[in-house]
Structure formats: structure tokens, C-alpha cells
Design a protein around this ligand. Structure first.
Ligand SMILES: Cc1cc2nc3c(=O)[nH]c(=O)nc-3n(C[C@H](O)[C@H](O)[C@H](O)COP(=O)(O)OP(=O)(O)OC[C@H]3O[C@@H](n4cnc5c(N)ncnc54)[C@H](O)[C@@H]3O)c2cc1C
Length: 502
């Protein structure tokens, strides 16, 4: 049977059929919409669906492929590739688990990329034009621009709205490096189109995307160099977490250049020759491909935001307040086009805020949402809430409890002892301010702490939560129990000792 799981060409056709059908005819516009959504990425789709489910008349405009970066060139594609690369790493490390390393492991990069495309096609079903139309959403394909504060134009049609949402996302920010444009480079927009693995790859930028893909490509057999202009990777994360990642990447065989600027690129004999400057030391390397991952620029150009009276700037994007409202109170914005933290999962909470605030006179605030995040390297680095530095800047006294993963039975059994669970509480209370988890499954583990912060559950209460044994998430309970024990006063301990004399 032909389906997206077995036939790559069929998968690609199915993907396009879902997210930009060639035979699509834009509907005739309604006289006026409750909500017009500009941009059919994750944020735009979630909001359109939530508003339509609430009974609103909704239109959604997408100029390219529904699903945006998350589906087509971000979360899903990268995670599918990371999965295959982990498998290869496990085969490579088989002896560590008492298994025989398979003979002659050969990485089939082309097949790994085909699997990634099949995964993408499968995930596209939930974002299809048909699915959105089935919810009563008018889907328009074409470039949308504002013509005045209450009107958008797409494909020559005029869409009038009571409220609009800008969810046009962001694109790769390309650093000004002499010779880079002429030599050519990859970004997240085209790296997933590769069918052959580069022999040598330079990744410029050691943020989440650079580290995730750098490690994946390295495990798929590519000689990877990462040049990061800061002293450590993941500059936002705590130093000990970033150091563990740095060590793990080095163990994978990645050539790491920290505090390093990429100063120039030229080509010679079909290769890219790159100059790197680390403090006073200049080195030159030769690679087949360069992957640029130095941040993202908001898509604000070409929307005619002046006509809509929406304030913006090219660096931070559309200006919004805590209610996700722009300078035009009828127009809202969400996602990468306006937020500092560019993650797909913020969009779910944002979609709810916009639907309530824009359509039902709500006053929901983005600042009330607890947002965890995770870098899906091996080990994973996940965080939620405040960092210690942030708390100190706000004058909040902090106490920190740390449980190293090498004290956690399941991590020992799994041979995944690297990392820690670190929980910050407000000194003198059990209120959780923030947490960092570094572990193989940190992305799954952080959810317990995210739930606790959201629901206002204190660390003492977490000590009473049972975890199946043995699990790596038990590290959270261990941290909570350590804290609970530290609260027992000398007097209570003395009373207990006396009582037990019987
Ligand atoms: C490699 C990579 C990996 C990532 N991995 C993760 C992850 O694991 N977890 C996570 O939470 N986040 C991840 N992210 C971030 C996440 O993908 C983004 O934060 C999220 O997809 C942004 O969604 P959005 O709706 O704001 O924008 P987008 O997904 O960019 O959607 C915007 C849409 O608007 C359309 N558009 C723009 N202008 C117009 C116009 N004028 N008219 C009509 N349509 C227009 C675009 O075509 C696009 O489809 C990753 C990002 C990258 C690059």
C-alpha cells in the first residue's frame, strides 16, 4: 500500500496537498470577518482554529506553506533528524551497554532525510488547508498586505476585519561576513533539502539550533566545526549547563571554537575557506558547507504596517503590550514576529490570549504564562522560570537545590548520568522561582516543574508526589525531599528522637 510512511515521492505530494494544494481556489471573501489572521504558521493556525471553534468568522492568509517554520524547516524536521542521529550514536556506543557494536555501520544520510520528509508529511495533516476549511476558516493563499487599519488585501481581494492578528514569523538573520554571500551558505530554510551529507560543515552560531543540528550532523558522519562568538554555547543558559553541553559536543568529535568571530569566507577548488578569529589567534579552515544559525529577524517588511498604524522596528519586530495588542488596538501580534523567546509552544498560550482579548473583551496577559523551553541536544538542556542572575537583579533572595543525575538510579541504569536537576526557590519559602534540568530527557522532565510553577505548587508539596521507580524524573522528587528534610527544625528532630526511644 502506498502511503506517506513508505513512499518518499508520495510523502512530498501529500505534504504539498495538505499545506499548499496546487488546485486551491481562494474563497469569496465574507463582507467582514471577526478575525483575519496574517500568516499560517503554528501561531496563526492555532489562533484561527481557536477563534473558529469559539464561533468567530475567521480568514487566514498564507503566502507559502501552511505550518510555517515549525512544520517545514524547524521543530519537526530537526527533531526527526535528531532521532536518527541518536540511533547512530547509540550503535556507535553499543559496547558501553554490553552489546556488540554492529559491523561496518554506514550512515545512509539520504534515507535519513527521506524519513524526515515522511515525518513532516504525516505531521502536516493536522495543519492542512482542508482541515482548516472544515472548521469554517476561509483560507487564502497569497501575499497579504494591509491597506488601512481595518482592511487586508490578498490576491486582489479585500478582507475587512473587526480584529486582525499578525503572525508572519521570522527568517534567518544573516551576519555581515565578507565573502559569505558569494561563497553560499545553508540556513534552516534549505538545510533540510540536502540529500548528501557534507563531509565538513562549519556551523556559525552556538545557540539552540546550531548546537542541535551541529550534533546531529556530526553523529551522521560529518566533521563539524562550531564557531560561537560567546565564551559558552546557549548564552542564555546557566554556565554549568552550557559547559556540560560543550563537553558532550566535544566528545562527539565536534571541533569547538568559542569566543570566535568568523571574519571572512572565500572559495577555492570548490571548497569554502573560512577565517576564524579567536582573541589574538587567527585560524583558517576549509569546509564543504556553512550553516548559519545566528538568530532570526522578524518578518515585518512588505506588510504595509504604516497603513495599519502598527508600530514596529526591524530588529525586535512588531511592538506589542502584555495583552498582545499592537499600537492599533484592533490588531494583535503573536509568535516570532514580535516575541523575544521564539518557540512554537508559546503559540498555544498566545492563541488563547488573543482569542479571549480580541474577541471576548478579555484582559489576559502574556506575562502570566509560564514558558519552559528545551534545547534538544544530547543531553537536553531545559529551563523554566527565573535564572539566579535574574532573581538577584530583582533583589529576590535565592536558595538552590541540586541533584546530580549520577545519583539517580534510572540514570545510572541507562548509562545517562550526565547532568543535573537544579531548582531555585525564594529563600525562606518553598516557592519555586525557576529550574534548569540537564539530562537525556530534560524536555520531558521540565514539565513537572513548569506545572508546579503554573499551579503555585511549592517544593515541599513536590516532595509528596510519587514517581514510578526507577525513572529519571525522580530526580525532581529527590531535590524536593532534600529541601523538605532541610526544613526539619532541630527541635522536631530532638522530639522525634525522644519519642522513638520506646
Ligand atoms: C531549526 C529550528 C528548530 C526549531 N525547533 C523548535 C523546537 O524544537 N521547539 C520550539 O518550541 N520551537 C522551535 N523552533 C522555533 C519555532 O519553529 C518558531 O518559534 C515557530 O514556528 C514560530 O511560529 P510563527 O507562527 O510565529 O511563525 P512561522 O512559523 O514563521 O509562520 C509565519 C508564516 O507567515 C507567513 N507569512 C509571512 N508573511 C506573510 C504575508 N505577508 N502574507 C501571508 N503570509 C505571510 C509565512 O510564510 C509563514 O508560513 C525552531 C526553529 C528553527 C528555525
Amino acid at each position: 500500500m502506498t502511503d506517506v510512511l513508505t513512499d518518499p515521492e508520495y510523502a512530498e505530494r501529500a505534504l504539498l496537498h495538505n499545506i499548499h494544494p496546487s488546485e486551491w481556489v481562494n474563497p469569496r471573501p465574507a463582507a467582514r470577518y471577526n478575525l483575519v489572521v496574517l500568516g499560517g504558521g503554528y501561531g496563526g493556525i492555532l489562533t484561527a482554529l481557536e477563534a473558529a471553534r469559539a464561533g468567530a468568522k475567521v480568514a487566514l492568509i498564507e503566502r507559502d506553506r501552511l505550518g510555517g517554520v515549525c512544520l517545514n524547516s524547524g521543530c519537526i524536521s530537526s527533531k526527526a533528524l535528531i532521532r536518527t542521529s541518536r540511533l547512530y550514536a547509540e550503535m556507535r556506543d553499543a559496547a558501553k551497554y554490553g552489546a556488540t557494536r554492529p559491523e561496518g555501520i554506514r550512515v545512509d544520510f539520504g534515507t535519513a532525510m527521506e524519513r524526515m520528509r515522511r515525518v513532516r508529511a504525516r505531521a502536516s495533516r493536522r495543519r492542512s488547508a482542508e482541515e482548516l476549511s472544515a472548521h469554517g476558516i476561509h483560507v487564502f493563499f497569497g501575499e497579504g498586505t494591509f491597506s488601512d487599519p481595518h482592511t487586508l488585501i490578498v490576491g486582489g481581494e479585500t478582507l475587512r476585519f473587526r480584529r486582525a492578528l499578525i503572525a508572519t514569523g521570522a527568517r534567518p538573520a544573516i551576519p555581515r561576513i565578507p565573502g559569505l554571500a558569494e561563497a553560499g551558505y545553508l540556513t534552516n530554510e534549505n538545510v533540510f533539502d540536502l540529500s548528501e551529507c557534507p563531509k565538513e560543515l562549519l556551523v556559525i552560531g552556538g545557540g539552540p539550533f546550531g548546537c542541535e543540528l551541529g550534533q546531529a550532523f556530526s553523529r551522521l558522519g560529518c566533521q563539524v566545526t562550531i564557531a560561537q562568538d560567546e565564551p559558552l554555547f546557549l548564552s542564555r543558559e546557566e554556565r554549568d549547563a552550557a559547559q556540560i553541553l560543550s563537553d558532550a559536543l566535544a566528545r562527539d568529535g565536534i571541533d569547538i571554537h568559542l569566543n570566535t568571530q568568523t571574519t571572512g569566507v572565500r572559495t577555492s577548488g570548490g571548497r569554502k575557506i573560512v577565517d576564524l578569529q579567536t582573541d589574538d589567534l587567527q585560524t583558517t579552515i576549509a569546509v564543504d558547507q556553512i550553516l548559519v544559525s545566528t538568530g532570526r529577524s522578524p518578518n515585518v517588511r512588505g506588510l504595509n504596517l504604516e497603513a495599519a498604524r502598527v508600530a514596529y522596528d526591524d530588529v525586535s519586530g512588531i511592538r506589542i503590550d502584555d495583552f498582545l495588542q499592537t499600537s492599533n488596538r484592533h490588531i494583535y501580534a503573536i509568535g516570532d514576529v514580535c516575541l523575544e523567546h521564539k518557540f512554537a509552544h508559546i503559540e498555544g498560550a498566545s492563541a488563547h490570549i488573543v482569542t479571549q482579548n480580541a474577541l471576548f473583551c478579555g484582559r489576559r496577559r502574556l506575562s502570566k504564562v509560564t514558558v519552559p523551553w528545551c534545547t534538544f541536544t544530547d543531553p537536553e538542556i531545559a529551563h523554566v522560570g527565573m535564572y539566579v542572575t535574574e532573581a538577584r537583579e530583582k533583589g529576590i533572595p535565592v536558595k538552590t537545590i541540586v541533584v546530580p543525575m549520577h545519583e539517580v538510579d534510572r540514570a545510572i541504569a541507562d548509562g545517562e548520568e550526565e547532568g543535573f536537576v537544579k531548582i531555585h526557590i525564594r529563600e525562606g519559602t518553598d516557592r519555586i522561582l525557576g529550574a534548569t534540568v540537564v539530562a537525556r530527557h530534560a524536555g520531558e522532565m521540565i514539565s513537572d516543574l513548569s506545572l508546579a510553577i503554573t499551579a503555585g505548587i511549592g517544593l515541599r508539596e513536590l516532595a509528596r508526589v510519587s514517581h514510578p521507580y526507577p525513572t529519571q524524573a525522580a530526580a525532581i522528587k529527590m531535590a524536593a525531599s532534600t529541601f523538605a528534610r532541610s526544613l526539619r527544625s532541630g527541635f522536631r528532630t530532638w522530639c522525634a528522637a525522644n519519642w522513638l526511644r520506646w
